[in-house]
Design a binder for this molecule. Sequence first.
Ligand code: AMP
Length: 424
Amino acid sequence: MSFENIGLSESILRAVEKQGYDKPSPIQEKVIPLILAGKDVLASAQTGTGKTAGFTLPMLQILSEAQQSGKKPVRALVLTPTRELAAQVHESVESYSEFLDISSTVIFGGVKQMKQVARIKKGIDILIATPGRLLDLVDQGLLFLDKVEFLVLDEADRMLDMGFARDINKVLALLPSKRQNLLFSATFSSEIKTLAKKFMHYPTLVEAEPENSTVDKIIQTAYRVDTNDKLPVLINMINDGNWKQVLVFTRTKHRANKIADKLNRANISASAIHGNKSQGARTKALEDFKNSTIRILVATDIAARGLDIPLLPHVINFELPNIPEDYVHRIGRTGRAGASGEAISLVAHDEVDYVASIEKLLGEEFERKIIEGYEPQLKDARPTPQGNGGANRQKSRPKSSPPSKSRAETQLNWKKKKKFLGKK
Ligand code: AMP
C-alpha cells in the first residue's frame, strides 16, 4: 500500500512527502483506513513503529474536512504520559499539518503556564498534553474540553504504570460522549483492556509487530558482574568499543546522576535524564545526546519513555528493570529503522530474578556471560517458594530452542573474543 491510495488529502500527502516517507509503516497501513472510517481503534504499537503519524494523519484529515470558523475550541486531545513524548507528538503534528489550516499546541507541567494559557486562549484544534497540567488548567477554568471530537491516549500502558488512571478518568468525565477514541499501548494488559472497555465504542483491535523490537535485529547479552564492578565494566566497554552514542538505563534517579557523574570524571561525556531534572535540563540533555555533544545518556525508565532517538547502536542496562515490560521498551531503543543494535545487561546477583521474569516475558533465555577479571564473587539469588526465579527460566524456554551453553563454555568464548576487560 502507498500513502497515495490510503485515502489522505493532497495537503497531508505533501507534508508526508516532505518528511521523506516512502510508504506507510505496517501500523499506519492498518490504522489509517480504520480511523478515516470513523472507528475507535485499540492498537498495540510502541515508539519506533510510526504510530504517531498513524493516528495524526487521519485525525488531521477528519478535522480539516470539517473546518470550523471563528474561535477554535479544542477538537482533538492527545494525552501522553511524559513531557518529552508530548513535545515530540506536538512536533509531529506541526509538521504533518504544515499545509493545513489546523492549529495545535502542547501543554505539560514543569514550565510556567502563562505561555500555554495564552496559546489556548487564541483557539486551537489539537491539544497535546500530559494529564496533570491539563487538569490543572481545567480546574482553573482556563481550558474547556466539551467540544472534543477526538481523543487519543498515547502509550496508555505507561500512563497507567505512572499512576495516571484517576487523572484519565477525570479527563474522560470532561469530554462529550460523542467522539472518536484511539488508544495506543505497547502491551494489551488486562488493565488496558479494562480501561478501553470503559470509554471506547466497539474498538477495532490492531496489533503491529514493532519494527524495533524484532529481537533478531538486536543482539542481547547479559553479563553477570557484581554490583561494585559494574562501573569499571561500563567504562571499559565504552572506551574499548569507542562507542559514540550509548543509552544507559538505571532504576533510580540517584543512580542515573551518579553514573553520569562518574563517566564525566572518566572523560566520557554524559548527562542524566530523569524526573527530578527540570524540563530545560531534560530537553538540553536529549538535544546534546542527539547531536553528539555528549556520548552517553543515562536515563531512568520513565524519563526515556517515548523518546525518539534514531539509530541508536548501544543500549546498556546498568541495572535491570523490575518491571519486565520496561526491558522491552529499553531495548526497543536500539536496532531501529532496520539497523542492528546491541543491548547489554549488567546483571548483579540480586537481579537474577529480574532476568528470569524478563526471559519469561520474551519466551527465550539469555546467554549469561562472564567477563575475565570481573568474575562475580557473590552467589546468584535462588528462587524462594514465593519467588519466580529459576523456575520461570526453565519453563519459559521454547521447546524448540537449543539448551543454553554452560557457564564454562560461555566464559571460554568470552575470553577468546574479548580480552580487553582485564582489571586495571
Ligand atoms: P513513532 O513511532 O511515531 O515515534 O515514529 C518513529 C519514527 O519513524 C519517527 O522519527 C517518524 O518520523 C518516523 N516515521 C513515521 N512514519 C514513517 C514512515 N511511513 N516511513 C518512514 N519513517 C516514518
